[in-house]
Design a protein around this ligand. Structure first.
Ligand code: IMP
Length: 181
């Protein structure tokens, strides 16, 4: 018996698989150019939401890449930010002097992005730190922060798919959609 209380038949597609994949190619090119070096890029995948985006993005890189994974949660089972960040696992190797790229699924209130940016600058001292988010929910911002790169701006609706979940479901969809109210 599934505990899913939303039906995929009601989901409206907002961003197609093709749009996502085209955008990822563009982003990868811009990001690689911005590092302006041939040295390795340390890609930090912020679990769980950015798993799909990060996996597809690194496939486009020509640089040598090291992938690292950290886990943070701010939504629980809600469709609104709880403003309560749980850093579940922030274990990382020494990143001092490295080219670091933080990869997020969506920036909503900006709390997670602020926390991560401060953490990396204060604790890890990278040579160059860039932040990319697939989605940018600018209208929900509570903290003045912008990623260096983002794929698509979305308005103030709860979106799922391509890594983003509702109660743990819909991460596996290759596109992004929402449930109309
Ligand atoms: P922020 O700290 O409020 O910016 O929220 C960042 C995190 O909240 C993201 O990494 C997502 O995991 C989650 N989140 C924010 N908006 C959505 C949404 O529309 N759908 C699914 N998850 C979301």
């Amino acid at each position: 018996m599934s505990e899913q209380d939303k039906n995929i038949k009601d989901l409206k597609i907002l961003i197609t698989e093709e749009q996502i994949q085209t955008k990822i190619k563009e982003l990868a090119q811009k990001i690689e150019t911005a590092y302006n070096t041939n040295e390795d890029i340390y890609v930090i995948c912020v679990l769980k939401g950015s798993v799909m985006f990060c996996a597809d993005l690194v496939k486009e890189f020509k640089h040598n890449v090291q992938m690292e994974f950290i886990r943070i949660s701010s939504y629980g089972n809600e469709t609104k930010s709880t403003n309560n960040l749980h850093a579940i696992d922030l274990t990382l190797p020494n990143l001092e002097g490295k080219n670091v790229l933080i990869v997020e699924d969506i920036i909503d209130t900006g709390l997670t992005a602020r926390f991560l940016t401060d953490l990396f600058k204060i604790k890890h001292h990278p040579q160059k730190l860039l932040f990319v988010s697939l989605l940018n929910k600018k209208c929900a911002r509570q903290i003045d922060i912008e990623p260096d790169y983002y794929g698509f701006e979305v308005d103030n609706k709860f979106v799922v798919g391509y890594g983003l979940d509702y109660k743990g479901y819909f991460r596996n969809l290759p596109y992004i959609g929402y449930f109309p109210l």
